[in-house]
Ligand binder design. Structure first.
Ligand code: GLU
Length: 481
């Protein structure tokens, strides 16, 4: 089996393209075949090297590796042209000298007269040119396009996804394969390249279904083996319409930037139009390779649901070890060096922070936002929380924090002793533990929602915890005096 992914580098790698690449890759890896890349860069005006970079980078990030060197379609233009001219020489195609202006005039006339039949028009025109005259006009340098002579009958194939598909050839116009400026058209280039690359299976989006009969006819006319075809169902937005920019982020690298894990994205993409049939959703790369099959590709469009991606990512994060989490968070914070360096946290503290925040985050960027008050200073206190927790009874809050401060200075810095000490303090003050924990939490993090208070104390360490309580204390005292 030889498969390929053939992106046009006119934009970044989006979710749909990545899904197509992934299905091809899974099929190749499952069957011990080859997965090739072809960059379809013949549209000189819209193709950009940075898009090629982004596509290759996105695939690499997902762990979709390719065999052989990527093929650049523009490098094959001479071969495309030669293939078109061979079809012309074999009588499977013909010259069309109609200029665009002429064609427009004839079409308008046909439309005005109500016949509307323009598909065979060029063939009639070509037939009207006496034998030998075409050669003479071509030799004289008159520009012409080359049109494929669509035979009668029908074109059928057994699609790997949709089953039997049939097109009546009468519906297919004599399409141009070589433009009058000598450039090959899309369908010709694809067939010429797929044949040259010995592609055996073409798996692509079902927006290409209407190209497939034309391509099959070209293979047959060129005397090449016709590959198997499989057309993947559309990806839909949550509103049921074809996924587009309107639906928000869909470039793969924007999810990478949000701190989505490649394994989660890979898993998510595999379930966009395929299912293992068991209801399982979390499947590793290896499991997917072992279980993927075209028979289980759905025919219906599948909905792209970012909430599901984030949910899945959270599950993947929850399975990571402390070291991996710390490295991921550090990367999301855009820092270099060993995780924690250059912050006030020790490496150990940073690791503890990562492990503590992981279950509360769906992505590393969410985790980065939550991490801010620990790795940097507390830049302010949530006003609503401060009013409620401190300033309803400023004198009481100050007393509590002063007592906390005293206890923190002597206690052994470990979870059990911290917990014992603070709970004992609440008992002595005759209040519930929350009445001690909440003012302390606000002092330590600037917010009323944080991980468990003992985790927070351990992450910050004694020194920083005490400084933060002192600072809050003097603030409360100055505001209430
Ligand atoms: N370059 C085409 C696209 O981006 C893919 C062509 C194909 O897979 O045959 O849609």
């Amino acid at each position: 089996m030889r498969l390929r992914f053939a992106p046009s580098p006119t934009g970044y790698l989006h979710v749909g393209g990545a899904r197509t690449a992934l299905f091809n890759w899974l099929l190749a890896r499952r069957n011990g075949g080859a997965f090739l890349l072809r960059i379809e860069d013949t549209d000189r005006n819209r193709s950009r090297p940075e898009h090629v970079e982004a596509i290759l980078g996105g695939l690499s990030w997902l762990g979709i590796d390719w065999d052989e060197k990527p093929v650049y379609q523009a490098d094959g233009v001479e071969r495309h042209r030669a293939d078109a001219l061979r079809l012309l020489a074999d009588g499977r195609a013909y010259r069309d000298f109609t200029t665009q202006a002429e064609f427009a005039r004839i079409r308008d006339e046909a439309v005005a007269s109500g016949s509307g039949a323009v598909t065979r028009l060029s063939r009639d025109l070509a037939a009207g040119i006496a034998a030998g005259e075409g050669d003479r006009r071509a030799a004289a340098g008159e520009p012409f396009a080359v049109r494929f002579r669509v035979p009668g009958g029908a074109t059928e194939w057994r699609d790997m996804v949709h089953g039997d598909v049939r097109f009546d050839n009468g519906e297919i116009e004599d399409f141009v394969i070589l433009r009058s400026d000598g450039t090959p058209t899309y369908n010709l280039a694809v067939v010429s390249d797929d044949a040259a690359m010995d592609i055996t299976h073409v798996v692509r989006g079902d927006d290409h279904i209407s190209n497939t009969p034309k391509q099959i006819l070209l293979y047959q006319a060129m005397g090449r083996a016709v590959p198997e075809f499989g057309h993947l169902p559309m990806i839909l937005g949550p509103d049921g319409k074809r996924l587009s920019k309107r639906h928000g982020a869909q470039a793969v690298d924007s999810y990478e930037a949000e701190g989505v894990l490649p394994g989660a994205m890979f898993n998510f993409l595999a379930l966009l139009g395929w299912s293992p049939g068991t209801g399982e959703e979390l499947l590793s790369r290896e499991e997917l390779v072992a279980r993927f099959s075209m028979e289980r590709v759905l025919r219906k469009g599948s909905v792209f649901d970012p909430a599901k991606l984030y949910w899945m990512n959270g599950k993947y994060m929850a399975r990571m070890g402390a070291g991996e989490l710390a490295a991921g968070l550090w990367h999301a914070l855009g820092r270099d060096g060993a995780p924690g360096t250059g912050t006030a946290l020790t490496e150990e503290g940073f690791r503890h922070l990562s492990a503590t925040l992981a279950p509360r985050s769906r992505t590393f960027s969410e985790m980065g936002a939550l991490a801010r008050p620990y790795i940097g200073p507390v830049t302010g206190y949530e006003p609503k929380a401060a009013r409620k927790i401190w300033f309803r009874d400023p004198a009481g809050a100050a007393n509590t924090l002063a007592a906390v401060l005293e206890r923190l200075s002597g206690v052994r810095w470990a979870e059990e002793s911290l917990e014992g000490e603070l709970r004992a303090l609440a008992g002595e003050l005759g209040v519930g533990a929350g009445k001690v924990f909440q003012p302390l939490r606000l002092a330590l993090t600037g917010t009323s929602a944080s991980p468990g208070i003992f985790d927070v104390l351990l992450i910050l360490g004694r020194e920083r915890s005490m400084r933060r309580v002192e600072r809050a204390l003097s603030m409360i005292r100055s505001r209430s005096s």
